[in-house]
Design a protein around this ligand. Structure first.
Ligand code: AMP
Ligand code: MG
Length: 428
């Protein structure tokens, strides 16, 4: 089992492949109100209920006209006004124009809107005139047919599919759904993710600690990561470091869509997770990856009892050190969770940033490192984001984790990293 470990890329490719397979069985649907749909994944295509825009729409305040007439720079009689919310009007007779507001329907016959800033008006009520006066496009301005108008149906035709099932719902998709009349949306049920922390040293967050005990920070951390990735966290009781306790809790977790085990996967004497999984018939895809932190990470699948929807239960054994757990969740577990959630996109999110000094070169060669870092996304216009390592005391340093907002990828051959270079960052 512990022959040559896969590289990060090899492990990521394996995860992507299994995620694609596991994602073929789509979760059940549930209907949610539009206001509660943010962060969910669309379970059905979103369809335009009418043309978008539903009428030729002015994008400016100004005067609807025929472009050819306007370009002659002669006064056009203003014969009406269209406000946003007015029914479409017209037809526009020759030599006339309509005053029009942004968002109003363009009168039939008009093919352009002259911007209010580009015209002069005479003789209207403002000048003491009895009628609406006239309007003239100021030379040397011209206006093209179609200018400042979005034609009816230019964005979508009635019945067009606008978003596919599996699309993540964020503010933009919710606005589009609202514009199409969806008060509720069918979304995928959130996958249930069992979180099983292991370790004799762990105590509850509010417990009085005995000497040698530490607080279980991975359970709430993983629950937060799961929720952020579209899953429903199910935190199980902590398993003590003995085989019966592990067996009992693994059995309890059997109904989960995804199983995350924290701790107990290193090579130590009380690292009993792999044997426990093996007893349950696990198939291991990898039992370690050439990364740091997170080298002992385990990925595999457990057989399910007959009658269950999916044939296997994917699991991850994440190393117990908190930064190792967080990094390996983002690199490997989040893509599988996204696929189980019905998402169309499941790969981890990377971006490029410019490396600020100082550079940490203390890594072991042959391992891809993912180190806590802070990326300043608010760099001046024209400048790429700048990223810097957060000083840390190893993968148990929760303060460093909390002061970071990404993980900086140091390739296996770390010598290539120089200040000012572009580096990849893993985003949460
Ligand atoms: P392990 O992977 O079980 O060998 O644990 C590695 C390190 O992570 C040890 O120092 C553990 O005490 C610590 N650790 C394990 N599980 C947790 C947890 N749930 N919360 C915080 N630290 C943990
Ligand atoms: Mg342990």
């Amino acid at each position: 089992m512990h022959t040559a470990l896969p590289s990060y890329e090899e492990a990521a490719a394996l995860v992507a492949d299994r995620a694609a397979q596991l994602g073929r069985i789509l979760p059940a649907l549930e209907r949610v109100e539009l206001g509660r749909a943010s962060g969910r994944f669309l379970a059905q295509p979103l369809v335009a209920d009418r043309d978008q825009p539903p009428f030729a729409r002015s994008t400016r305040d100004g005067f609807a006209c025929r472009a050819a007439e306007a370009c002659m720079h002669r006064p056009l009689a203003v014969v009406g006004a269209a406000r946003a919310g007015d029914a479409p009007s017209g037809p526009l007779s020759p030599g006339t124009a309509w005053e029009i507001m942004t968002g109003a329907p363009v009168p039939a016959g008009a093919d352009a809107v002259m911007m209010i800033e580009h015209v002069e008006t005479r003789g209207g009520a403002a000048d003491g005139g009895a009628d609406n006066g006239n309007v003239r496009l100021l030379p040397p301005r011209t206006v093209e047919p179609g200018e400042n108008i979005v034609a009816q149906g230019a964005q979508a035709r009635r019945g067009d599919p606008l978003l596919a099932a599996g699309t993540a719902l964020q503010f933009g998709q919710i606005a589009l759904a609202a514009s199409c009349g969806y008060g509720t949306l069918d979304v995928f049920r959130r996958p249930r993710v069992a979180i099983l922390t292991t370790g004799d040293e762990l105590a509850g967050v509010e417990a009085t600690l005995a000497p040698g005990q530490i607080r279980n920070s991975n359970a709430p951390m993983l629950a937060a990561l799961v929720a952020g990735a579209g899953g429903e966290a199910w935190v199980l009781p902590t398993a003590a470091d003995n085989a019966p306790a592990l067996d009992a809790l693994l059995a309890q977790a059997a109904t989960a869509d995804l199983l995350l085990i924290s701790g107990g996967v290193s090579a130590g004497k009380f690292d009993l997770v792999e044997p426990a999984l093996a007893r349950m018939g696990a198939r291991f895809h990898f039992t370690g990856v050439r990364i740091q932190p997170g080298k002992p990470t385990v990925f595999g699948e457990l057989p399910r009892s007959a009658g269950s929807q999916s044939l296997t239960q994917p699991f991850f054994g994440l190393p117990g050190n908190p930064i190792s757990s967080a990094v390996t969740f983002l690199l490997f577990a989040a893509p599988v969770l996204a696929a189980l959630a019905g998402s169309r996109q499941s790969a981890p999110r990377f971006a490029l940033a410019r490396l600020a000094p100082p550079v940490d070169r203390h890594g072991k060669p042959g391992l891809t490192r993912f180190l806590p870092a802070w990326c300043d996304f608010g760099s001046p216009a024209g400048q790429p984001p700048r990223v810097a390592f957060v000083p840390w005391h190893g993968s148990g340093d929760l303060g460093a984790l909390a002061r970071s907002n990404c993980f900086l990828e140091v390739p296996e051959e770390a010598r290539s990293l120089e200040p000012g270079a572009f580096v990849r960052i893993l985003l949460p």
